[in-house]
Write a protein that binds this ligand. Structure first.
Ligand SMILES: Cc1cc2nc3c(=O)[nH]c(=O)nc-3n(C[C@H](O)[C@H](O)[C@H](O)COP(=O)(O)OP(=O)(O)OC[C@H]3O[C@@H](n4cnc5c(N)ncnc54)[C@H](O)[C@@H]3O)c2cc1C
Length: 411
């Protein structure tokens, strides 16, 4: 069923001129490269098909320099950051949640670099962001990952209670000229196709808060992908388990020295959470459009579904959620762009709300579409599977809400 969305074009939030142009260009890119692949990659029989399909989408994204969107202009990028990033991810997610996650996870991997460069007068940017933008310009974009989650610790590394951090098992041992890193990270987005990974490790297992650091590991240093996960949703986005088996990382790849790592994690998540909420918003908008299109075509009780008051009411409550989420995501994204260090409170709530509306709106869309909605061919079933992840990654919604209230009350 062909659908044309007005909610991507006619947004409730009054976007800046640059954002309107960006949304148009991401939309055109997505209709050309993402949409035709979305269902195919979701239903792909082999992991290889997914990896090569997503690599092609990423390579094609160089046509609009999408990945360089968040690189400062003087380094060859487009000079956007959180507000522009949220816009791009919302539009991408409308076409495929997995594509949005893949682009967003590269930006997530770059954020510690962005923070490092903000603190050191730009030296870290020059070292990593300029080559990143150059690679994108010649159509060989780099894919990055962000690796903190461990087999025994997920939520505990996504909260603000730094001093209560549990043991971290990824350890960096100082050697001449750098560090040797050993450990294991789970659920790492992009890792099966990543050339670069910002990895968090500690120099003393028992003192994670005091000794956490962040460094960039590159593929040629030898991090291994132990498995590529088979997931419920975002199936086009490769997610892997990563093993660091005594790999050598030179000092020049250290983004923050031991002791500063936890501050970098907090700032990174404060910057990345509103854009993750935007992925939820894009997913919700597509589910809404699917439900509208169906209710215009389907007849029951002698009239179109849309002509039943109950259906109109359901659609209105879906729209209400979309409106509130849109204002929260873009209001918060702008605030994050304008402040450093960013507050964790508002981004955490924009993310949890965006995740919740994605799930609620997509399940309601299935309900409106009845038995057909439950069938894979109608796509809304895929959309609901994609929606669920927004409540889980980037800190679960529970953890995001805890972060917000603890931040507000100084607990
Ligand atoms: C597809 C996917 C991609 C991901 N990508 C990345 C990535 O790129 N990089 C990365 O580092 N990580 C990534 N993650 C990891 C993700 O951030 C974690 O899964 C998430 O933080 C939750 O951690 P956990 O899975 O260990 O769950 P747990 O922490 O074990 O939580 C289990 C349940 O307990 C609840 N809970 C936990 N602590 C509390 C508490 N204090 N109070 C109340 N409830 C609590 C949680 O809300 C949840 O419902 C990804 C995960 C997935 C599924």
């Amino acid at each position: 069923m062909a659908i044309k969305s007005n909610l991507l074009e006619n947004t409730f939030y009054q976007h800046d001129k640059e954002a309107i142009l960006l949304r148009r260009s991401v939309r055109e890119f997505s209709e050309k490269y993402v949409e035709p692949m979305a269902m195919k990659l979701d239903q792909a029989k082999s992991k290889e098909e997914v990896l090569s399909g997503m690599k092609k989408i990423i390579e094609a994204s160089s046509e609009i320099r999408l990945l360089s969107l968040i690189v400062p202009e003087h380094l060859g990028g487009m000079g956007g950051l959180i507000y522009m990033g949220s816009n791009a991810l919302e539009v991408l997610a409308y076409y495929d949640g997995g594509a949005a996650t893949t682009i967003g996870a590269t930006w997530l991997g770059l954020l510690p670099v962005y923070i490092g460069g903000t603190l050191d007068g730009g030296a870290t940017w020059e070292k990593w962001l300029r080559p990143f933008a150059e690679a994108d310009e010649v159509g060989k974009p780099q894919v990055w990952s962000f690796a903190i989650t461990e087999p025994t610790a997920g939520s505990d590394y996504e909260r603000i209670e730094g001093r209560a951090l549990p043991e971290m098992t990824t350890v960096a041992t100082q050697v001449e000229g750098g560090y040797r890193i050993s450990g294991r990270k789970v659920f790492i987005s992009n890792s099966p196709i990543a050339s670069h990974m910002t990895v968090f490790a500690v120099t003393d297992k028992g003192r994670p808060y005091e000794t956490m650091m962040c460094a960039i590991a590159t593929k040629d240093m030898g991090f291994k992908i132990e498995q590529v996960y088979d997931k419920m949703g975002h199936r086009s986005a490769p997610t892997g388990e990563v093993v660091f088996d005594d790999i050598y990382v030179p000092e020049e790849n250290v983004i923050c020295r031991p002791g500063l790592g936890w501050n970098f994690v907090k700032m990174t998540l404060a910057m990345s959470r509103a854009p993750v909420g935007a992925i939820g918003l894009g997913i919700a908008k597509r589910a809404f459009d699917k439900a509208v299109a169906y209710s215009l075509e389907r007849n029951q009780g002698g009239k179109r579904l849309i002509d039943h008051q109950l259906i109109k009411y359901k659609l209105a409550t879906m729209l209400e959620k979309i409106l509130v989420s849109e204002y929260s995501i873009y209001g918060v994204s702008k605030k994050v762009d304008g402040s450093f260090p960013p507050s964790e409170l508002e981004p955490s709530l924009a993310k949890s709300f965006g995740g919740d509306i994605a799930v609620k709106v997509s399940l309601e869309a299935i309900q409106i579409m009845g038995g057909y909605g439950y069938m894979k061919e109608m796509e809304v079933e895929k959309i609901a599977r994609d929606a669920k992840l927004i409540q889980i990654y980037e800190g679960t919604n529970e953890v995001n809400r805890l972060t917000a209230i603890e931040n507000l009350l100084g607990l």
